[in-house]
Design a protein around this ligand. Structure first.
Ligand code: BGC
Length: 387
């Protein structure tokens, strides 16, 4: 009898202990969930009455990224400077209305085909396709209503790291492209202050695809333009363009030109070198650099350093190229968050991508996606500080 009582007591104590430790564990989980909890608010109403939301992703370091399901737009991104001061580093607007009179793709997901397709035409499996010519005589960033202007389905994914899953069905024939394309983009804010973007898609008919994100970064926190930022691109070659900014097909070495960013280089060093025909054609930098890499491994493509704030951004990607665009077409007519005027070269874009106009240039890596294949790419923007 005594032994039975003893055993009952011992089992009880062990049980109680295990409950306590579970409670501690679950409290920890709860804490991290609180940090990673995704806040959803209404961002605005579209002209057709649909509501667009805004989701706030936060990590334990205090970094905050706001994303709307309208265009998958990254509307805000606060990052610390070398003194720990958080400031917004991406161009955009405080409410949905700013995004409705087409701004230059601020923060958005770009597709079905990022960058240009010459004359909006291509041939696939013997069939000719004609897309909108929405950039002079060429097609740009998916056409009149690209993925930057559609409402995505959003699914917040809370956990150790907060993520937002966006999905969109781009119907066969939408903007002239063939095939029903099922797209998923997952934005994950990592604990090391990176934003990871995983893009995937499948189609029911052969199509062309080139998805990217079009965030405009100003690492100074909007205090000045980007001219004295230092850029490094892991690329020995770039694609020269014609007057419509279509690649000529040449893969030109950067050596000895103002396109050489193989070592950290100030943007202002070469951006106004109008004696360079390519700078003249682009109105500055607006070209694809071909990344030095073996295959489609995730590798470092670009680094940007803003010395006053100490903010540094690294871009890693599985893509073969990166479009370095220095906001040459910003003209001060747009006023964004905090009443800041977005003047020429107030921000830069680093758009991971396949080469522009690939559907018409057979020597470029293919951008064709066939049924039973899976499109899958990853790009990471990683923020840190250098003191
Ligand atoms: C293009 C620029 C274009 C800009 C639009 C960039 O990706 O390369 O030529 O003007 O997007 O915002």
């Amino acid at each position: 009898m005594k032994l039975k009582t003893f055993i009952t007591l011992a089992v009880g104590i062990v049980f109680l202990q295990s409950c306590t430790s579970k409670k501690t564990e679950s409290n920890q989980t709860t804490d991290s969930l609180t940090v990673n909890k995704i806040k959803k608010t209404v961002f605005g109403t579209l002209p057709d009455g649909r509501v667009a939301d805004q989701y706030t992703l936060k990590n334990a370091n205090g970094m905050e990224i706001k994303i709307s399901n309208y265009g998958g737009v990254i509307t805000h991104w606060t990052a610390p400077d070398k003194d720990g001061k958080f400031e917004d580093i991406v161009l955009g607007f405080d409410s949905l209305s700013g995004y409705l009179t087409p701004p230059p793709y601020f923060g958005a997901i770009i597709g079905r085909y990022g960058n240009r397709i010459a004359k909006g035409k291509f041939t696939l499996d013997g069939k000719n396709y004609q897309l909108a010519k929405n950039n002079g005589e060429n097609h740009l960033h998916g056409g009149l209503v690209g993925y930057d202007k559609v409402l995505w389905n959003a699914e917040p994914m809370e956990g150790e790291e907060s993520a937002l899953k966006l999905t969109y069905l781009s119907k066969d024939g939408e903007e002239g492209y063939p095939g029903n394309l099922n797209i998923t983009v997952v934005y994950t804010l990592l604990r090391d202050n990176s934003l990871k973007m995983d893009y995937s898609a499948t189609t029911d008919k052969a199509t062309v695809i080139n998805l990217t994100n079009h965030s405009y970064f100003n690492l100074s926190g909007f205090k000045k333009d980007i001219l004295d930022e230092e850029v490094t691109l892991n690329a020995d070659r770039y694609l020269p363009v014609d007057k419509g900014l279509i690649p000529t097909g040449e893969l030109r070495l950067v050596t000895g030109t103002v396109f050489d960013f193989t070592k950290p280089t100030l943007i202002e060093k070469g951006i106004n070198e109008v004696k360079d025909e390519q700078i003249k054609l682009g109105g500055g930098y607006d070209h694809a650099w071909i990344l030095n890499k073996k295959g489609n491994e995730l590798s470092l493509a670009a680094t940007v350093l803003e010395k006053t704030s100490g903010r540094k951004m690294e871009v890693l990607t599985t893509e073969p190229a990166i479009q370095f665009y220095t906001g040459n077409f910003l003209d001060g007519k747009l006023t964004g968050k905090g009443d800041v005027k977005y003047v020429k070269r107030f921000a830069l874009c680093l758009e991971s991508e396949h080469y522009p106009d690939s559907p018409n240039q057979s020597a470029f890596p293919t951008v064709v996606l066939k049924p039973n294949e899976k499109y899958s790419t990853t790009t990471i923007y990683k923020l840190s500080v250098e003191k």
